[in-house]
Design a protein. Structure first.
Length: 1016
């Protein structure tokens, strides 16, 4: 065991550490010095705590065994003595908050427990690092996605035996080739710790009895109107500017409000009948800001998420009242003419912000945000602008397209004065002139809709031969002529549906250069419309410093790489470019190039204008592959067809079967890969990948005929890199081994991610993907597993099973299981850390235990969906961005936990976004410097490019595999149907299933592809 600094213990029992049981003598280094003062490590009973023991104070005691981070605790220490050696370290929580699990002389209850009654501990592991003691509170925290549950309790309940994120092992890293002063878009938030924010539960219901006994669900637009009317009518008791509303069930107030029921009378329009509502207010919690202050300064309590959520609602109150709130961002009501994307779509420049507890205290993180939104405009005008050549007199030709683009959008109506919004269900089956409905006073009599609008609203309908919009809701028929409907403001237009020109324009607007972005952020934080505008936050005792936080960043040096000489194949060292950290392949070859002897070509472009120049392209591709060390023979087979083949999965399946079968006979062996040339991007791509990767078991590489005909050297090189990686070759390697792992033990790196369906899709399964390295020490070849699971379920339900399969793959390649595992998890927020630790990690350990396998594990979350940006104060490069290798682990990071920001890539467009890495669990004793260097070095091993990537490769690959699984699902849902680029996602979603069970078999990769990088 590697000894830590300063903690030793002797006893008569076996090493208690975290596996319990056994007899013997030994020493425990105490996990590299992670424990707070006055811990001792008993070799019979594990770690125990007894600062007031009559047996000798902090240096000796007889406590009960405690689990270390949820691991198995052994029996109580038998007279064990420990020596405490003080050392400088960060302020940390007292041990009273560390998770406890009393051992009773038997195996504890952790997931790695030994069978009951066995005395022997698992086999000794000479280089095992003890896991760091959890040094944060153990109570579970509320789910940040909802506030409703906060009504039931003012503090999290006590719950023992749960993993918590580990503490930072040091004061941050110190290794650097340069330091740089940066401005960060974090703004210091000051608050009065003596203030109390009162949290009220709000219940709103119509006064009239619900029809058919069903409760009426009020619209999200109506609820704020009711709240505003209530407070303005009762300003003396209910001061509007002293409260903040989340738009649903929660009001936060700076003063005490009267509780009880209130009657509100509200008309949704000037000519609409008033409705009465009953609003109930109930005090459910008092959020004392002193508790947040204590957490920020001492960390003696668990993170008070209820307070942070309440303050977040307060910070959003002013922009909610003044701007359009869309998703997580705020946008102005008016847009700039230069931001018009055409076809009735605009690019809206807005803001998004959040509160973060950091080393400097509470901070407001505010960033620039751009979304594509529908214009607020009459529906018919939108259709004319959106569909080129649209003619209302030939509506029948456009009906399907119109219905697809309008469904689920919200409109305001103009034939009567009301602010109410209505969701479009679809189009009526009949033309406007033919629609009738029963007279409410005489049901046997039918009224023409045209006559009704004339008599009721004095409105003549112009467009009689087109359908109406169906705005029906809750069995109430509501047909409204299109000419009286206006698209409501603030509705997002899916960016994947933008045409090429609009997509490029949106990208250009979104990718603001650093100084432009910095200027916009500074304007937004000072704006009257922003979170600091008005007097609302001041009424809660909150102030925001509108100057950006200044921090010192460190630049880590890039690694030395290995490539090969093109003629001899001899390995040679490569030093990357100083500024961009890139390298080129001119006069160089890949480290291990696979000989390509059995391959075939399917040319889908033969009937198109941009058909492939077959002979020229194949000649150039073979020459480029050979120059890179990949000897490439002539293709065994060249099959031609048209793009229409993609329209039917059965025809495509037959073609792929035919080509692979013929090539197998000609080549006397399985096809290594199949090159598929397409004239353009096509939805049938998903069929191709699903059939080839789950049914047939052949690697495919797609390319566009237009790019292939150009035959540029860089394009051919990139194609060759992808092919070599898919065939099991090695493109580039680190010259030196990855830092920290220098012994004989094998190490496996794992990446995990979940791909969720779009927000409009309510039924499709989520897709979980896990990838893992299968070679060591190169650690640049991966195997993958992909599974469907329940709709929008973030927890990877089969995580343990998938990881066991990947460990078995590693063992088949290396004849040994990895002794150490470093796991990277993508796509989770801070509120989901508890799930990752206590569901996924525990499940993983349980799965390993069943196979009598006990590797050490480090668990790291990689986050890209954050708003933190860095701006160099001086010495800016050509793009104004920070240099690759810039790391920040002070001031803006967590005060106690182990996290840091690392920008590993060169930002050529827009403003570089660093990745936020948060270490939740560590059994390898990483220091900040070693872990940061390891992750940065790994970013140079991404297979398909010659530069470091922005995200550590295991996570990057997991994201690719999860997206590939999404394509599998879409292919299964759309199969047997002609593909239409106009088909709506919502209609496809209606065909789907909420349970993933029926899809699981169709997601299984073919056995021939399970252990290769088919996904790059």
């Amino acid at each position: 065991m590697e000894r830590g600094r300063g903690y030793r213990g002797r006893g008569t029992g076996g090493r208690g550490g975290y596996r319990g049981g056994g007899r013997g003598r030994g020493r425990d280094g105490g996990g590299g010095g992670h424990q707070p003062p006055y811990h001792t490590v008993s070799e019979q009973g594990g770690v125990y705590w007894n600062p007031t023991s009559t047996q000798g104070g902090p240096n000796q005691g007889t406590g009960q065994g405690l689990t270390r981070g949820g691991y198995t605790g052994g029996s109580g220490g038998s007279g064990g003595r420990g020596t405490w050696v003080p050392r400088p370290q960060l302020e940390r929580p007292p041990y009273s908050h560390v998770m406890e699990s009393a051992g009773r002389g038997h195996s504890g209850g952790g997931p790695w427990r030994r069978p009951w009654g066995l005395g022997a501990a698992p086999p000794a592991r000479p280089q095992l690092h003890e896991p760091a003691l959890p040094s944060r509170p153990v109570q579970p925290v509320p789910d940040s996605a909802s506030l409703e549950h906060l009504a039931s309790t003012s503090s999290p309940p006590e719950n023992r035996n749960r993993y918590v994120p580990i503490m930072r092992p040091d004061k941050g890293g110190g290794v650097a080739v340069a330091t740089v002063r940066l401005d960060v878009n974090h703004f210091r938030v000051n608050f009065n710790p003596e203030r109390v924010i009162r949290h009220y539960d709000v219940d709103v219901r119509p006064q009239e009895s619900p029809r058919h006994g069903r409760p009426v669900k009020l619209s999200k637009m109506l609820l704020p109107m009711i709240r505003k009317k209530l407070f303005t009518d009762n300003d003396s008791e209910l001061p509007l500017t002293m409260t903040a509303y989340d738009g649903e069930k929660n009001i936060f107030s700076a003063v005490r409000l009267p509780e009880g029921q209130f009657e509100v009378e509200l008309s949704e329009g000037e000519d609409m009948k008033s409705r009465k509502f009953i609003v109930s207010l109930k005090l459910v919690n008092e959020l004392k800001l002193r508790k947040l202050k204590d957490y920020l300064t001492t960390g003696n309590i668990s993170i008070p998420r209820d307070i942070l959520q309440g303050m977040d609602v307060v910070m959003k109150e002013n922009p909610v009242m003044r701007m359009i709130y869309t998703g997580r961002s705020f946008h102005p009501a008016e847009s700039c003419p230069e931001d018009d994307l055409g076809r009735g779509i605009i690019a809206s420049r807005g803001i998004q912000h959040s509160l973060k507890p950091t080393c400097q205290g509470l901070a407001l993180c505010l960033d620039y945000s751009v979304l594509a939104l529908h214009k607020k405009m009459p529906v018919i005008e939108f259709l004319v602008e959106h569909f080129p050549g649209f003619n209302v007199n030939a509506f029948g030709r456009y009906r399907r397209m119109v219905e697809n683009v309008l469904r689920k959008l919200e409109v305001n109506v103009t034939h009567r004065r009301t602010k109410q919004k209505y969701a479009i269900v679809g189009l009526t089956s009949y033309r406007t002139r033919d629609i009738t409905f029963p007279d409410a006073n005489a049901p046997e009599r039918r009224i023409r809709l045209v006559d009704y609008f004339l008599e009721k609203y004095n409105k003549n309908i112009t467009h009689l031969d087109i359908p109406c919009l169906d705005l029906s809701k809750q069995n109430r028929i509501n047909y409204v002529p299109m000419e009286f409907c206006v698209l409501a403001e603030g509705q997002v237009f899916p960016k994947e549906n933008l045409d090429r020109h609009a997509a490029l324009l949106l990208k250009d607007i979104s990718l603001a250069r650093p100084q432009e972005r910095r200027s916009k952020i500074c304007c937004m934080v000072r704006s009257e419309d922003g979170p600091c505008g008005g007097n609302i936050i001041q009424n809660f005792g909150i102030e925001v410093n509108t100057e950006m936080t200044s921090v010192i960043g460190r630049v880590i040096g890039p690694p030395v790489l290995k490539l090969a000489a093109p003629t001899t194949g001899k390995l040679m060292k490569i030093t990357v470019d100083k500024d961009k950290c890139q390298w080129n392949l001119v006069g160089k070859a890949v480290v291990e190039g696979k000989a390509i002897e059995r391959w075939a070509v399917i040319d889908f472009s033969v009937a198109d204008k941009f058909r492939l120049n077959y002979g020229s392209f194949i000649s150039k591709l073979r020459a480029r592959c050979t120059s890179l060390g990949m000897r490439m023979e002539e293709p065994l087979l060249h099959e031609t067809t048209g793009m229409q083949t993609f329209l039917n999965d059965n025809v495509l399946h037959q073609l792929l079967e035919k080509v692979t079968s013929q090539a197998h006979k000609l080549g006397r062996g399985s096809l290594q890969f199949l090159l598929c040339v397409m004239s353009r991007k096509h939805d049938g791509y998903k069929y191709l990948k699903w059939i080839s990767e789950t049914k047939i078991g052949v690697v495919t590489q797609c390319c566009l005929s237009g790019e292939a005909n150009k035959g540029k050297d860089q394009y051919l090189a990139n194609l060759a890199l992808k092919i070599n990686a898919k065939l099991g070759g090695s493109n580039v390697e680190l010259n030196d081994r990855l830092p920290h792992f220098q012994g004989e033990d094998h190490v496996m790196f794992v990446g995990a991610d979940v791909n969720h369906p779009g927000s409009h899709n309510k039924t499709s399964p989520s897709i979980a993907a896990v990838v893992a390295t299968v070679n060591w020490p190169e650690a640049n070849r991966y195997a993958a597993r992909v599974r469907p699971q329940d709709h929008r379920k973030e927890q990877i339900l089969q995580f343990g099973e998938m990881c066991v399969e990947l460990v078995e793959s590693y063992e088949r390649v290396n004849k040994v299981k990895p002794e150490k595992i470093v796991l990277f998890r993508d796509g989770v927020s801070e509120g989901q850390f508890d799930m990752v630790l206590n569901e996924e990690l525990v499940g993983l350990k349980s799965a390993f235990q069943k196979m009598e396998y006990f590797p050490t594990i480090t668990l790291i979350v990689a986050q890209k969906r954050h708003q933190t940006r860095f701006f160099p104060q001086r010495d800016r490069g050509p793009t104004g961005n920070i240099s690759p290798g810039t790391v920040v682990d002070t001031d803006i990071v967590h005060r106690f936990e182990f996290d840091f920001y690392l920008c590993s890539h060169y930002g050529s467009l827009g403003t570089s976004k660093p990745t936020h890495y948060h270490v939740l669990w560590d059994e390898h004793g990483f220091s900040s410097d070693r872990l940061q260097k390891l992750i940065y070095d790994m970013c140079f091993t991404f297979a398909r490019c010659t530069k470091p990537v922005s995200l550590v490769p295991p996570v990057y690959y997991a994201d690719l595999v999860a997206y590939r699984g999404r394509l599998y699902h879409q292919a299964m849902m759309e199969r047997h149907s002609p593909i239409s680029t106009l088909s709506s996602s919502s209609s496809l979603a209606s065909l789907s299933l909420s349970s993933a069970a029926s899809f699981d078999g169709s997601f299984r990769l073919h056995a021939d592809l399970e252990n290769i990088m088919f996904f790059v």
